[in-house]
Design a protein around this ligand. Structure first.
Ligand code: HEC
Length: 215
């Protein structure tokens, strides 16, 4: 419960056991334009492609990430699968029947054997597919790129000129989604390194080490 830039205002809800606290040690990525991102999590640790290609030999042996990355998934699918486990979610037929979701799984995954159809992995795939629909494709800049010359104000156009010109933003922000498709050290500690109670017990032993950066 509560807030605080570094977690200092966060208190454990007294009705929970320590083991039930769901605090994450690192802030998640924004949910927009994920379709353009092949490696997920703050460190890029999820996903077997892009920067993680051919780095298997240095993936942690006993790391919970490794199992999921070994499935050859994109970052989004891997991240969502792991998140369902971390957040102790269950996906099984009886539950989906009860919630009215089974038919949707049948429609989405007809090619998957019913024995494998109602699982954390198909659930994760569905969530990832949903993420891929969240785009900033209605932003004035996007509409302008599509040919609507009135979509941007004069001030916005001057900003774009700066962004792609003198200010040099495009040197780093240069992919389809204007991120850099790379990871940078930003000098901010993970929340679990700050000593506040909510993050400490939860994250001990669950640390995600960015062990497979290439280069
Ligand atoms: C040297 C590389 C570099 C340059 C040049 C650069 N950025 Fe960034 N920018 C980054 C990185 C790295 C991040 C991610 C920082 C983080 O996650 O804390 C970022 C994040 C951002 C974000 C937040 C995006 C988000 O989804 O949270 C905005 C907005 C932004 N930059 C705008 C700009 C603008 C405007 C300029 C030009 C004036 C600029 N950047 C120049 C590297 C750069």
């Amino acid at each position: 419960m509560g807030f605080g830039h570094l977690g200092e205002g966060r208190l454990k809800n007294s009705s929970y056991e320590s083991s039930q606290v769901d605090a994450q040690g690192a802030r998640p990525l924004p949910t927009i334009n994920h379709a353009c991102v092949r490696n997920a999590l703050w460190s890029g640790a999820f996903g077997s492609f892009a920067m993680n290609t051919d780095t298997r030999e240095i993936w942690g042996k006993a790391d919970p990430l490794t199992d999921i990355n070994l499935k050859n998934l994109e970052g989004l699918e891997a991240n969502n699968h792991r998140a369902l486990i971390v957040h102790r979610q269950e996906i099984k037929k009886e539950l989906l029947d009860y919630l009215g979701y089974s038919m949707m799984f049948d429609e989405a995954f007809p090619e998957i054997d019913p024995k494998e159809r109602y699982t954390l992995q198909t659930g994760a795939n569905a969530i990832a597919a949903y993420f891929r629909t969240i785009f900033t494709n209605q932003a004035p800049f996007q509409l302008w790129l599509k040919g609507n010359k009135d979509a941007m104000t004069e001030q916005q156009k001057r900003g774009a000129e700066l962004f792609f010109g003198k200010a040099g933003c495009v040197n780093c922000h240069n992919s389809a989604s204007l991120n850099g498709q790379r990871f940078a050290a930003v000098g901010v500690k993970d929340l679990d390194m700050n000593g506040y109670e909510v993050f400490k017990p939860m994250m001990a032993g669950l640390r995600v080490v960015p062990f497979y950066f290439k280069g």
